[in-house]
Design a protein around this ligand. Structure first.
Ligand SMILES: O=C(O)c1ccccc1N[C@@H]1O[C@H](COP(=O)(O)O)[C@@H](O)[C@H]1O
Length: 241
């Protein structure tokens, strides 16, 4: 019998975030599929934008079962006060041009973990993450929106995942931008993120989630996670039960 030598590789535990939920069917599909994080968008130009009261209603079945994420774009304190009071999110996703100082101020004011988005087109963009290492809890790498785009994300655009290959960050990172059930496994194998995030890639129309696509996406992530490879981005911490 052959003896296996050396350390046994760890299974790759990757978290999945489904973003831009706008109706009960999408919430149910997100839970049934076993996603780890569920995102609500608070940015009026987006087809996924919700009033905070509606998001709070939709979030009820998610609480304690998936982490509730509030996505904002350069929002002011008044908007955050409303979001944090009405929705009580578990995580703030900052998807605009928020400075490190603003990230630190939001963390201190709301006492919530913060994920800062870094828009990526080339290798210099990855370097911009460095400024947030001391103030953010995690980094989200998304594709840079083209000039004049109506929103800085949720456009179904991807970037060159090879820019993230071998990246060794002091905090976990999530990957997004143009992922879908067919591409997510390749993206994970190349970029080795701790988590992946999807919006357009599991929709039948902008703002309308497709429950079957949500299931396929989560299944595809779980399948690649069962491959015995070690996570470069590091798995995010477990959701408290
Ligand atoms: O989803 C939106 O409408 C949105 C609006 C403004 C900023 C970000 C938004 N979504 C985030 O964008 C990325 C990529 O989305 P996609 O999968 O390419 O559609 C993702 O992190 C969403 O959370």
């Amino acid at each position: 019998m052959r003896e296996v030598q050396g350390p046994v590789p760890e299974p790759y535990s990757i978290q999945v975030k489904i973003c831009g939920l706008t109706d009960e069917a999408a919430v149910a599909a997100t839970l049934q599929a076993g996603a780890d994080l569920a995102g609500f968008v608070f940015f009026p130009p987006s087809p996924r934008h919700l009033a905070t009261g509606r998001a709070a209603e939709l979030a009820k079945p998610l609480r304690g079962r998936a982490r509730i994420v509030a996505l904002t774009v350069d929002a002011d304190d008044r908007a955050f006060d409303d979001i944090c009071t009405t929705l009580c999110p578990d995580l703030l996703q900052l998807h605009g041009d928020e400075s490190p100082k603003r990230v630190a101020a939001l963390k201190a004011r709301y006492r919530l973990p913060v994920m800062k988005m870094i828009a990526v087109r080339d290798v210099a963009d990855i370097e911009r993450a460095r400024a947030y290492f001391d103030v953010a809890d995690r980094i989200l790498f998304d594709a840079k929106a083209p000039p004049g785009a109506s929103r800085p994300g949720g456009l179904g655009l991807s970037f060159d995942w090879r820019l993230l290959a071998g990246l060794d960050l002091p905090l976990p990172f999530m990957l997004s931008g143009g992922l879908d059930p067919d591409t997510v496994a390749t993206a994970i194998r190349i970029a080795r993120p701790g988590a992946v995030d999807v919006s357009s890639g599991v929709e039948s129309a902008p703002g309308r989630k497709d429950p079957a696509a949500i299931r396929s996406f989560v299944d595809a992530v779980r399948a690649v996670g069962r491959e015995t490879v070690t996570a470069g981005g590091g798995a995010l911490e477990r959701i408290p039960t």
